[in-house]
Design a protein around this ligand. Structure first.
Ligand code: URA
Length: 433
């Protein structure tokens, strides 16, 4: 395979064979194809797309670029959830122990924050001493013994995605449906699961903001996932405003604890119950969605979900005293609200801008080597459709220092659009495939 011929073929919109894809990706992982040729091909895919056959070949090659986790000896149904990424999306922290509390076996491998969107791994690491980077053997042992492990993708699992993703991030090629499919499905199939619930975000805080693109992605993820024997449920959910109130790693852990203990914001509770219920149905634990919801609500009410969270934190070395008494955690340097300067209704919230502002304060990374500040972020006090009065807080900023606070304050002001007429809030859910 001559790399330039391969790139040229996609550039002019022709279909690759599976062998060609295998050779090119394989050569990239081994270092024989340099980043600049991969970048050129990624851009060609970005414009020309890929057929279903090509996307399946891509997932297959990426999946086999490294180690996979073999859980075939665990006889129970193994199920996971993955979100395409959003702002304030801490659902996994609640969903995994909640699903486990009603009998689901959840081997979850998550990623770090990416651009404006947060990452479960960074949220978990904000719990002092919590170790998500479990060696493969330990990950398997926890799944066998407790039915729950929340880990991170190690160097050995799907190395093709780690290399390609880093390159996509800096070459404006993240927003490509076949590339997103390859990235998500290769990682999820490598976990050794039977069922997968996909939360496909749509709106201004999603990687693919336009609805028709989210719809296409959801259908493609389902079709390709099913080709690999995965039982997939794909739900399109709203990301036109942050999910819940907290944005920022430790703040999101605290909000998740609230939900696990029976409190928390209504939108976050509803989305979490909905996605977890599909896991329960896929696992065959309940036959109907409504029964699954009732069972999950009971698991929260009885304290079982919270117990499972504590078990998981203990199993993975985390400080249970800190999650039991979150008020002991180190506070951000400046915690001050940004108040509205007018009366009216919240018409729109720019979630992307809020995610980027949190990143700039240290909640995310500009470069892979950046160190996260776990205590910084926002508590978003207003949602679309809410009334607001002059002097009322739009959000509370948890900033590292005064300068960062001032910058975030300006960014947050711009992120809220206030109007003088009533506004209908967007729905939480759209279609399910
Ligand atoms: N999440 C992933 O894991 N990969 C993508 O390409 C986009 C979102």
């Amino acid at each position: 395979m001559i790399p330039t011929d391969f790139i040229e073929k996609k550039k002019i919109g022709k279909e690759h064979t599976s062998d060609e894809i295998k050779d090119f990706i394989g050569a990239y992982v081994s270092g024989d194809v340099p980043d600049y040729q991969m970048a050129a091909w990624l851009m060609a895919v970005n414009f020309q797309g890929m057929t279903d056959r090509e996307t399946i070949a891509l997932v297959d090659v990426m999946l086999h670029s490294g180690e996979t986790i073999d859980l075939s000896h665990v006889k129970a149904y193994k199920v996971d959830k993955h979100s395409t990424g959003g702002v304030g999306d801490k659902v996994s922290l609640i969903l995994a122990p909640l699903a486990n509390a009603v009998g689901c076996v959840v081997p979850m491998l998550s990623g770090r924050s990416l651009g404006h969107s947060g990452g479960t791994l960074d949220k978990l690491e904000s719990i002092p001493n919590f170790n998500p980077m479990l060696p493969k053997k330990e990950f398997i042992r926890l799944v066998e013994e407790s039915g729950l492990a929340m880990g991170g993708q190690t160097k050995e699992v799907v190395p093709a995605d780690r290399k390609m993703y880093a390159l996509r991030d800096v070459t404006a090629t993240v927003k490509s449906i076949p590339l997103i499919c390859g990235s998500i499905l290769s990682k999820k199939i490598a976990e050794g699961i039977d069922g997968l619930v996909l939360d496909v975000k749509t709106g201004n805080g999603a990687f693919l903001p336009e609805y028709n693109q989210s719809q296409k992605l959801a259908k493609q993820l389902k079709n390709v996932g099913q080709h690999f024997g995965l039982n997939v449920k794909a739900v399109i959910t709203d990301m036109n405003q942050p999910l819940g109130k907290a944005v920022g790693n430790w703040l999101e852990v605290v909000e998740s604890i609230d939900v696990l203990k029976g409190g928390g914001p209504a939108d976050l509770i509803e989305i979490t119950l909905h996605l977890t219920a599909w896991m329960v149905v896929l696992s065959g634990i309940e036959k109907t969605f409504d029964k699954a919801i009732a069972r999950l609500e009971e698991a929260i009410r009885l304290g079982d979900a919270w117990e499972k969270f504590l078990m998981m934190v203990t199993n993975q070395g985390g400080d249970t005293d800190m999650v039991t008494h979150p008020e002991k955690y180190q506070k951000a340097g400046v915690i001050t609200p940004v108040n509205s300067t007018e009366n009216g209704f919240i018409e729109a919230i720019d979630s992307y801008a809020i995610g980027m502002s949190a990143l700039e304060m240290g909640a995310g990374r500009r470069a892979l080597t950046d160190k996260i500040k776990p205590e910084v972020g926002f508590i978003i006090e207003k949602r679309i459709g809410d009334t607001v009065e002059k002097g009322e807080p739009l959000a509370i900023i948890h900033a590292p220092d005064k300068n960062a606070w001032q910058q975030a304050e300006q960014q947050l002001r711009k992120a809220f659009r206030i109007c003088d007429h009533k506004v209908v809030a967007p729905p939480l859910f759209y279609e399910t495939f």
